[in-house]
Design a protein around this ligand. Structure first.
Ligand SMILES: C[S@@+](CC[C@H](N)C(=O)[O-])C[C@H]1O[C@@H](n2cnc3c(N)ncnc32)[C@H](O)[C@@H]1O
Length: 713
């Protein structure tokens, strides 16, 4: 079982290391442990395991890879059935010497902890099984009488739909285990219903005892106040100050947005949210089972992680650092170790839900169970129309409840909404002149701040389309917090609304990005999916726009490696985001008749084979997307507006199709880029046009070489 190198070659170093230890250990065992703790040969081992996978054409989960590593290091037996063991002769004398050296450096820095680690790893194997069964008991106790997955199937929209779903969430929140999932199925419900419910889920609770935030409270109030004060388009009133203070009275929280999964026919949408509630319960370290832990960070807001402080924990690193963990991670790893086949996600299901747009034919209910709960979990399913014929699926216990049995309880307004309605009331846009303007027959482009320039332009606006900045996704525009971003977007949307003719449309392309909202705390570790589409709907409706439709723009295959992972287990696997929204807002406009299907449009290819940006702008949208609005713009009566012009795509697409357009861009180099692209596109069009004309002229003139008796075929 132990590794095969000649011990004599490193006898002296081994003996020196042993002098520090107050217990007996064989040379072979010490070498294995030194390699394990120092990770000296890990890179080499990873390459070796990858070659092995290729040779046998097998996939290995993270847990299996660990088993193979342990086998190579001589710590464990071979555990993969049906495959011959991997060759372990790759470890050589240099690896061993490096490992011993690293441990000695660690001992010099932190003697008690590093020696404690070696000692406890000696006994680790004996304790492992016991630790797993103890942790299962802890999980059981922690989640006693709770559901691990809540599924709500919303009935078709009626007067009280939003209030009813909010009431269900209020009543069921406490029954759902912390860090577990709420999924809400919408079938043919409006986008207003979906976005209202999603925003409610994120903000409906207030936590007053969040120490990390309480220290920052005043700073956060000042940050937003200053941002608003510096915005010359908003009148900063006493009422705004009061609303900012109300908002930051505590931390608004509830569920965190994970995704909105959509069927390709656009009829079914599934909102996936994760409950994350502040919980300071001290849990033992999964590797030493001691409660000597210290809470050290909040990886996602309100979710606490711990670091083990036990000097003899087997999981300490070579420099004596304790392992960091949080409850949900420990639960997932413990469940992986018990190897229940009910936790293996079915391959067909995995394929069908690789992306967050799925074929309507696929069974989403089975996906929700297999992706978002574990074997042995309790699932609560609330629905009127779709009953389940089973109380057990993949070893999950399913409890069925009727949707209409839930009483409607009046819930409070969200602080977020009151804050924005006060800000929006006080928007008053000032006119500014552009730095540069280019006005041609068919288009005008202006350089400067879109909101202020819009207020002064003379062009009549018969429609608008844009792709705004997606919060802090790109380098060209950055905001201190998500709220500041939404304030700016609201100001611009108001400027556009004031310019739009009555009866016209605004197409707004936006994606839900992953980022740090920085609203209550700013931490690089708080990255999560931000539902920019739903926030947009909220502020636009408050401004007086009517949301008429939402086209889902399918961007095709995703390049993410996420689900190619061999960890085909619940909550490791999630559908990958592959779409953006094109929200259609109207100003006193009639309904739009757009095919309900998801639209497939290729993204712009801007990076060449050398990895260089050929276009000069990092976020251009495709011309095909601009074409979506053409049937809704009056060609002969006004201009199509793009308030965030970027590289000028809207103008180019408009020109090619005979629409008059106007665009505004504040970044000088993008403005120049747009100008250059527009000019070369126009001259290209004109060349084609004149070539076509010449060809036509040639075709219709008599061929001088032909005679009357020529027979032409
Ligand atoms: C997503 S890009 C638009 C890309 C564009 N659709 C294209 O195809 O190139 C958003 C653009 O808005 C510009 N921008 C952001 N805030 C602005 C403002 N207040 N006024 C004018 N332009 C702004 C940014 O510089 C950026 O170029």
């Amino acid at each position: 079982m132990l590794i095969s190198i000649n011990m004599e070659t490193c006898k002296k170093q081994l003996n020196d290391l042993k002098k520090n230890l107050d217990f007996v250990i064989s040379d072979e065992k010490l070498i294995s442990l030194a390699l394990d703790i120092s990770r000296a040969a890990d890179k080499k081992i990873t390459i070796h395991i990858n070659d092995f996978k290729l040779k046998y054409n097998i996939k290995l989960s993270a847990l299996q890879k660990n088993n193979v590593r342990d086998y190579i290091l001589g710590l464990d037996d071979w555990k993969i059935d049906g495959i011959l063991p991997i060759d372990k002769k790759i470890i050589d004398k240099n690896d061993v010497l490096l490992a011993i050296n690293l441990l000695e450096v660690g001992i010099k820095r932190n003697q008690a902890k590093v020696i404690g680690t070696i000692k406890s790893r000696l006994n680790k194997k004996d304790n492992e099984k016991e630790n797993i069964s103890n942790y299962l008991k802890i999980i059981e106790e922690y989640e006693k009488n709770k559901n691990q997955l809540l599924i709500i199937k919303v009935e078709p929209d009626e007067k009280n739909t939003i209030e009813r779903v909010r009431s269900i969430i209020d009543q069921e929140y406490a029954n759902l285990a912390n860090y577990h999932y709420l999924t809400i199925i919408f079938e043919n419900n409006s986008w207003q219903t979906i976005s209202e419910i999603a925003i409610y889920c994120e903000f409906f609770k207030q936590e007053m005892n969040f120490r990390v935030f309480n220290k920052k409270r005043i700073e956060k109030i000042n940050e937003l106040s200053e941002f608003i004060k510096n915005n010359k388009n908003i009148k900063h009133t006493k009422e705004i100050t009061n609303k900012i203070e109300d908002f930051f009275n505590g931390v608004s929280y509830g569920f965190q947005f994970n995704d909105l999964i959509i069927s390709d026919t656009d009829s079914t949408k599934i909102l996936v949210m994760q409950k994350i509630e502040l919980d300071e319960t001290i849990l033992p370290c999964p590797d030493c089972m001691q409660k000597n832990v210290r809470g050290n960070s909040y990886p996602s807001l309100l979710q606490r992680s711990f670091e083990c402080q036990n000097p003899s924990c087997p999981s300490r690193s070579k420099i004596g650092r304790g392992k960091r963990f949080d409850y949900f991670n420990v639960k997932r790893n413990t469940y992986l170790k018990i190897k229940d086949t009910n936790n293996l996600i079915n391959a067909d299901l995995l394929k069908a839900f690789r992306r967050d747009i799925f074929s309507n034919k696929n069974d989403y209910f089975d996906m929700l169970i297999q992706f978002f709960s574990w074997s042995g979990d309790k699932v609560k399913y609330i629905s009127d129309s779709k009953k389940l014929d089973t109380k057990q699926k993949h070893n999950r216990k399913i409890e069925f409840c009727r949707y209409s049995n839930y009483k409607i309880i009046k819930n409070n307004n969200l602080f977020l909404k009151s804050l924005f309605s006060e800000i929006i009331k006080n928007i008053n846009i000032k006119i500014e002149n552009p730095n540069t303007k280019i006005i041609e027959n068919n288009f005008s482009i202006y350089e400067g701040n879109s909101s202020n320039i819009l207020a002064g332009i003379k062009e009549k606006i018969s429609g608008a389309i844009t792709s705004p900045p997606y919060y802090n996704a790109r380098e060209y525009s950055q905001w201190p917090t998500m709220l500041c971003y939404l304030v700016d977007m609201a100001v611009n949307a108001k400027a556009v609304l004031e310019k739009m003719e009555s009866g016209t449309y605004y197409f707004y392309n936006i994606g839900d990005i992953v980022g740090q909202d920085n609203v209550f705390v700013s931490s690089h570790m708080s990255n999560r999916r931000l539902m920019l589409g739903f926030y947009t709907i909220m502020i636009f409706e408050m401004l007086g726009y009517e949301l008429l439709e939402n086209i889902i723009w399918d961007k095709g295959q995703v390049q993410s490696k996420r689900n190619s992972t061999e960890n085909i287990f619940p909550s490791y696997i999630k559908p990958i985001n592959c779409y953006e929204h094109v929200l259609i807002f109207g100003k006193n406009a009639s309904k739009v008749k757009i095919s309900k299907k998801v639209f497939m449009i290729d993204t712009v290819r801007k990076i060449n084979s050398k990895g260089e940006n050929m276009l000069g702008h990092t976020a251009p949208y495709p011309e095909q997307l601009v074409k979506l609005i053409f049937p809704y713009v009056n060609k002969d009566n006004g201009y199509l507006l793009d308030p965030y012009l970027g590289s000028g795509t809207t103008i180019i697409a408009g020109y090619k199709n005979g629409y008059k357009t106007v665009g505004i861009e504040y970044n000088e180099s993008y403005f120049k880029l747009a100008q250059k692209r527009i000019e070369s596109s126009i001259s290209f069009q004109q060349n084609i046009f004149s070539e076509q004309k010449e060809e036509q002229a040639e075709d219709s003139s008599p061929d001088p070489s032909s005679s009357a008796c020529d027979i032409r075929i």
